[in-house]
Design a protein around this ligand. Structure first.
Ligand code: AMP
Length: 512
C-alpha cells in the first residue's frame, strides 16, 4: 500500500474536480495532479535513481508544488522528509544528512541558503521555482505507484530532541492511514465541495491534513502569501467557501482579532482545527462568540500524529453542560484510533483526576525514531508511547494537560527545545552557564527567556548573544529576554532547577 494510491484512486473517481489552487486560481484538477505526480515519480526513479525506501526531502514554503513533490516521491516509493521552512539552513542541512536524503526539493525563498551547505548524500537538488521542476512533468508518467508495505516509512517527521538535535519520527503508511480515518470520525467529515487551506507550515500538521482532502476529491489551497495572513485567509474563505484549515492557537487569536476589527464572522470557513500548543479558555470562548461553531481541537505529537485526543465542534461550542468551561480547557477525549491513559513513573494507571504522564497506544503510534533504537526503546515501552506530557483524565474521559515533562517551549505553535538555545548561547566565550525557559505571552503562548551566568568580570552583551543564535538556530527560537544571574539554581546532581527559574520570573526577582 502506497499513499499515492489515494491520489490515483481519486483521479479515476473525480478527474475533473479542481485539486490544486494557488490563491483562487485552479492550477490542476485531479487528473492533472495525479499525472504530474506520476511524471515526477518517474523522473525521480528513472532519472535520479530513487529506489523504494529512499528519502526525498522538501525544504519549501507552502505552495501547490509541495503536494506535487510529496506525491511524486510516494509514486516512486520514497519516504518524504518535509523540513519546516522556518528552520535555519544549518538545521535543515542536519536533517537532510541525518535522513540521508538523496533528492531535495527546494523553494528559492528558503532553499537558496541551504545550497552552499548541502550534505554530500544529496544527488539532486530541484527548485520548485525553476524550469527544471516543470520539466519533470514531461517524463513518461508511471502507470501506478510502486508497491509499498503498511509498515514502510512514508513520512519522516523531525521533532526537536531533548538532547538538542532533532530526531526523525518514522511515520509509516499504517500510521497515516489511522490518522486519516480518525479525522473523519473524530474531527470532521470532508466533502468534495470543501477546500483545505494551507495557512500553517505544510511540513507539519497542516500538510498531514492533505490526505483526507485527497481521498474526498476536495480542493487544496496554497495562499499566495505562502503563509499566515489573516486578511488573506478571511478574504479567500469568503470567496472559496467551505474552507478548513489547521491553525496553531496563536493563529486563531490573530484571525479572531482581525475578524473583530473588520466585522467578519468567518463567513466561508467551515472548520478551524486548532492544536499544537495550549489554547487559553478565554481565547477560544471569544473565538466561538466572534466566528461561531467553526472550531475543533486536537492534541497530538509527531510520535502520534494529530491523533491523541480531540474536542469536537459541539463540545467547543457547548455552553450548557455544567462543566463546559472545564471541558473547554481540556484537550477532549481519546480519538477513536487511540488508547489513552495517565500513568506514574512505573507505568501504573492512575485514578481519575490524578496528574501523570500521558501514555498512548494505537495503530497511529510511530514506527520508532529514525535509526535511533535507544531513543525508541525509551519512548515506546510495552507498546505504549510515553508522550512526555503530563495530564489528568476525568471520569468522563476528558484529558487536561498540566505540564510538559520535556520542558519544551511552545511559541506560536512551534516547539522550541531549551537545550538547542542553550547550546547556541554557550558558544560565547564569556557565557559560563545558560538555562532557557518559556514565559507566558499573550500572543505567542510562550516566549523564550534565557538566564545567563557570565564569566567573572564579563558583561552580558545581548547583541553578541543574538548574533550567535541567528547564526545557528531559527530566528523564532532566539530569546526575547536575557536575565543575568550569579548562579543557576541546581539540585544535588547538578541539574538546573527550571521550576525555580520559573518562580524567579513569576516573582519578578530578576528583571529584564
Ligand atoms: P510536535 O511533536 O511538534 O507536534 O509537538 C507536540 C507537543 O505539542 C505535544 O507533546 C504537546 O506538548 C503540545 N500540544 C499538542 N497539541 C496540544 C494541544 N491541543 N494543547 C496543548 N498542547 C498541545
Amino acid at each position: 500500500m502506497n499513499l499515492a494510491e489515494w491520489l490515483a484512486r481519486t483521479a479515476r473517481v473525480a478527474p475533473d474536480a479542481p485539486a490544486l489552487l494557488a490563491g483562487e486560481a485552479v492550477v490542476a484538477d485531479y487528473r492533472e495532479f495525479a499525472r504530474r505526480a506520476a511524471t515526477i515519480g518517474s523522473a525521480l526513479s528513472r532519472g535520479h535513481g530513487i529506489q523504494p525506501g529512499d528519502r526525498v526531502a522538501l525544504f519549501m514554503s507552502n505552495r501547490t508544488q509541495y503536494l506535487e513533490a510529496l506525491y511524486g516521491a510516494w509514486f516512486a516509493g520514497a519516504g518524504v522528509v518535509p523540513i519546516n521552512a522556518k528552520l535555519h539552513p544549518k538545521e535543515a542541512a542536519f536533517i537532510t544528512e541525518d535522513a540521508e536524503a538523496a533528492v531535495v526539493f527546494l523553494s528559492d525563498d528558503v532553499g537558496d541558503a541551504l545550497r552552499p551547505i548541502m550534505p554530500a548524500c544529496v544527488r539532486e537538488v530541484i527548485s520548485a521555482d525553476s524550469p527544471a521542476f516543470e520539466r519533470l512533468y514531461t517524463a513518461e508518467p508511471m502507470s501506478a505507484p510502486v508497491l509499498r508495505g503498511l509498515s514502510d516509512l512514508a513520512w519522516l517527521f523531525y521533532t526537536s530532541g531533548t538532547t538538542g538535535k532533532p530526531k526523525g519520527v518514522v511515520m509509516t503508511t499504517a500510521n497515516l492511514h489511522a490518522m486519516t480515518f480518525a479525522y473523519f470520525v473524530d474531527v470532521d467529515p470532508v466533502a468534495r465541495e470543501d477546500a483545505i487551506l494551507y495557512a500553517a507550515p505544510m511540513s507539519h500538521g497542516a500538510g498531514l491534513y492533505n490526505f483526507m482532502h485527497v481521498l474526498r476529491a476536495a480542493r487544496h489551497v496554497a495562499p499566495e502569501s505562502g503563509g499566515f495572513d489573516p486578511a488573506e485567509i478571511l478574504g479567500l474563505s469568503q470567496r472559496l467557501r467551505n474552507v478548513s484549515m489547521f491553525a496553531a492557537p496563536t493563529m486563531v487569536r490573530r484571525l479572531v482579532d482581525h475578524a473583530k476589527d473588520t466585522g467578519s464572522d468567518g463567513d466561508g470557513i467551515k472548520t478551524i482545527v486548532y492544536g499544537g500548543g495550549p489554547m487559553y479558555v478565554a481565547d477560544i470562548e471569544e473565538a466561538v462568540s466572534v466566528m461561531g461553531p467553526r472550531f475543533v481541537q486536537i492534541y497530538g505529537q509527531g510520535e502520534s500524529p494529530m491523533t491523541i485526543t480531540a474536542l469536537s465542534r459541539a463540545l467547543v461550542a457547548d455552553r450548557s453542560h455544567p462543566r463546559w468551561r472545564e471541558r473547554l480547557g481540556s484537550v477532549g477525549m481519546a480519538q477513536s484510533c487511540a488508547l489513552v491513559r495517565t500513568a506514574d513513573e512505573e507505568g501504573r494507571t492512575l485514578p481519575p483526576d490524578e496528574p501523570g504522564e500521558i501514555l498512548v497506544a494505537g495503530a497511529q503510534v510511530m514506527g520508532g525514531y529514525w535509526r535511533n533504537p535507544e531513543a525508541t526503546a525509551k519512548t515506546i515501552r510495552d507498546g505504549w508511547l510515553w508522550t512526555g506530557d503530563v495530564g489528568s483524565l476525568d471520569v468522563d474521559g476528558f484529558l487536561t494537560l498540566r505540564d510538559r515533562s520535556k520542558d519544551v517551549i511552545i511559541s506560536g505553535g512551534s516547539n522550541i527545545y531549551p537545550r538547542e538555545v542553550e547550546e547556541a548561547l554557550l558558544q560565547h566565550p564569556d557565557v559560563h552557564e545558560a538555562s532557557v525557559i518559556g514565559r507566558p505571552h499573550p500572543e505567542w503562548g510562550e516566549e523564550v527567556v534565557a538566564f545567563v551566568v557570565m564569566r567573572e568580570g564579563a558583561a552580558l552583551d545581548r547583541e553578541a548573544l543574538d548574533r550567535l543564535c541567528v547564526d545557528s538556530i531559527a530566528r523564532f527560537k532566539r530569546p526575547k529576554a536575557y536575565l543575568q544571574c550569579d548562579a543557576l539554581p541546581k539540585n544535588n546532581y547538578g541539574k538546573v532547577l527550571k521550576g525555580e527559574l520559573r518562580e524567579w520570573l513569576a516573582k519578578g526577582e530578576r528583571s529584564t
